[in-house]
Design a protein around this ligand. Structure first.
Ligand code: DAH
Length: 342
């Protein structure tokens, strides 16, 4: 075959191969195959030395032209193939912006926790520090240290969950009182939010576990007037400026005197409704002056110091404020219920 024939054959085979090249990657190999240092065009150049000297310039130019031709084919094809590849990716990976999105459910703070946070916030602002637990405690801190008589009905198995080794699940957050007195010296101004447990039938109105906040203040010369004014201030911050309170004598073994604090029904303003069971009042909390026996259990001299304490249920406040018909809703994890509390 003459060199001219070789040149023509190479052109034909290039055009043929190019027509079946469908990716940028294949084009790259094709280019190397023809134009690379050890490529076909280069071998044609090497053939030149076998030609007669007068043919060389002419054939040399033809080979150079072929080289340019192949180069320009490759460049054009590159642009075309790149565009095709982008085009095909765009159709394959297309997104439809008119499709509805996937909704992300935002978590919320549980209504009980929201109320605890609110109460803790208010009482922090009034100088009370937060203490916690223990939820599992001894009979001593839950009952005896709080001046409960040995035969007090609350100590009954029917009311209290007893565990092994003299332990029980605390029935109220008041158990924190004697623990705290043993650890700190007055003045003590503390609150203890947390979970409590009672062995009761589960119904719309009661559950085996629920939440309380206990508060107490021990110092020199703490009086019943301090207790009343603290409750007034706290409840007006919690329920609104215009809340009307009523202090009713009551009995709890760990306070003397003891009382219950009611507020004018926030729903009917006192005229009587379902929420206040037509009494016009809502029972909100128990309180009193800490019994000298309790102070003594906590190694605090009742001759030198006095204090007040109060305790309130959290579920009850949320129920009253939101008109929730069933305490079980708090623990059923029903998104339809929980998402109503923003
Ligand atoms: N521990 C009481 C209960 O669970 C509530 C209570 C009443 C706490 C009077 C107090 C108090 O600190 O003084 O029903």
């Amino acid at each position: 075959m003459s060199l001219q024939e070789l040149i023509d054959a190479l052109r034909t085979s290039f055009i043929q191969e190019l027509s079946t090249t469908i990716s940028v990657k294949d084009l790259d190999s094709l280019k190397t195959k023809y134009l690379g240092k050890k490529g076909s065009v280069q071998s044609l150049m090497a053939e030149l030395k076998n030609c007669s000297p007068d043919e060389r310039p002419h054939l040399g130019k033809i080979i150079n032209d072929l080289k340019e031709e192949i180069t320009s084919h490759c460049e054009n094809s590159l642009v075309r193939l790149q565009n095709e590849e982008i085009e095909s990716r765009l159709t394959k990976e297309a997104i439809d912006p008119t499709l509805p999105g996937i909704k992300q459910n935002l978590g919320r703070i549980h209504p009980i926790q929201q109320m605890m946070d609110k109460i803790v916030d208010i009482l922090n602002g009034m100088g009370f520090s937060v203490l916690t637990g223990p939820d599992v405690d001894t009979e001593y801190y839950n009952f005896e240290g709080l001046n409960f008589a040995p035969d007090h009905p609350a100590r009954d198995m029917q009311d209290t969950f007893y565990l092994e080794n003299d332990l029980l699940l605390r029935t109220h957050t008041s158990n924190v009182q004697v623990h705290t007195m043993e650890k700190y010296k007055p003045p003590i101004r503390a609150i203890a939010p947390g979970r409590c447990f009672r062995n009761e039938d589960i119904s719309a109105r009661s559950h085996v576990f629920f939440h309380q906040i206990e508060g107490f203040y021990i110092d020199k010369d703490v009086t019943f007037a301090d207790l009343m004014s603290t409750m007034e201030e706290f409840l007006s911050k919690l329920l609104g400026e215009k809340v009307i309170t009523r202090f009713r004598p009551s009995y709890f073994p760990f306070v003397e005197p003891g009382m219950e604090v009611d507020v004018r029904c926030t729903s009917c303003k006192g005229s009587g409704c379902r929420i206040c069971k037509h009494t016009g009042w809502l029972e909100i909390l128990g309180a009193g002056m800490i019994h000298p026996n309790v102070l003594k259990k906590g190694n605090i001299d009742p001759e030198e110091f006095s204090g007040f304490a109060w305790g309130m249920g959290i579920e009850r406040i949320v129920i009253l404020q939101s008109g929730i018909p069933d305490i079980r809703l708090f623990t059923q994890n029903d998104i339809r219920f929980l998402s109503q509390f923003t």
